[in-house]
Design a protein around this ligand. Structure first.
Ligand SMILES: C[S@@+](CC[C@H](N)C(=O)[O-])C[C@H]1O[C@@H](n2cnc3c(N)ncnc32)[C@H](O)[C@@H]1O
Length: 180
């Protein structure tokens, strides 16, 4: 295995079957929708994977950017959502050239544990630059929770706040960070 991006870009078997994969992405899409504040929200899903039900997120928000590092996964995303004008598929590398404050909400689900400490810090700084003031960073499925606990929030100018009013059984995120 070259690295985690290559692994997730390959024909891996982390899901038991297609139904499991579909349920995972459906549940995640619904959880994201629960946090969308307005129909005009610009949302970034960083390391989105197959994002099978991203159309639900795009329907709830105004604009959805799916950022994925794996070229094969990205190709499938482009094909899957080519008819949806509210969804843009890009490489995670492209985000470095995006204007500041482009997004109201950033999703960072099941990605942080694959990054080195250096990559993690760089990515968090990127999110801070891309989020609008008051924007929300939703972090979920964090395997190394100490990594999240060690986030230098003051340095990134992010204020942590309790998750909004989502019933616990529908919540998949561990932490919501509001950019000040
Ligand atoms: C388990 S999948 C998560 C997909 C989706 N976010 C979800 O929750 O189902 C892990 C994702 O992390 C991404 N990833 C892993 N290492 C990365 C890195 N160094 N830079 C950017 N993305 C990375 C992979 O490309 C993959 O999309």
């Amino acid at each position: 295995m070259k690295d985690w991006v290559a692994y997730y870009d390959s024909n891996h078997s982390i899901y038991v079957n297609a139904r499991h994969r579909d349920v995972h992405y459906g549940r995640l899409a619904d959880a994201i929708v629960n946090h969308v504040r307005a129909r005009t929200a610009a949302v970034l899903d960083y390391g989105c994977g197959e994002a099978l039900h991203a159309d639900r997120v795009a329907a709830a928000a105004g604009r959805l950017t799916l950022a994925e590092a794996g070229p094969a996964v990205r190709g499938r995303l482009v094909e899957r959502f080519k008819e949806n004008p509210n969804i843009t598929v890009i490489s995670t590398d492209r985000l470095a050239t995006m204007p500041p404050e482009s997004y109201e909400m950033v999703i960072f689900h099941s990605v942080s544990q694959y990054l080195t400490r250096e990559q993690f810090d760089r990515t968090a700084a990127l999110f801070h630059r891309l989020l609008q003031p008051g924007g929300l960073l939703l972090v979920g499925d964090v395997v190394h929770t100490e990594q999240l606990a060690a986030m230098p929030l003051e340095q990134w100018n992010l204020a942590t706040e309790p998750l909004p009013q989502v019933p616990a059984e529908h919540e998949v995120f561990d932490r919501a960070l509001t950019r000040d």
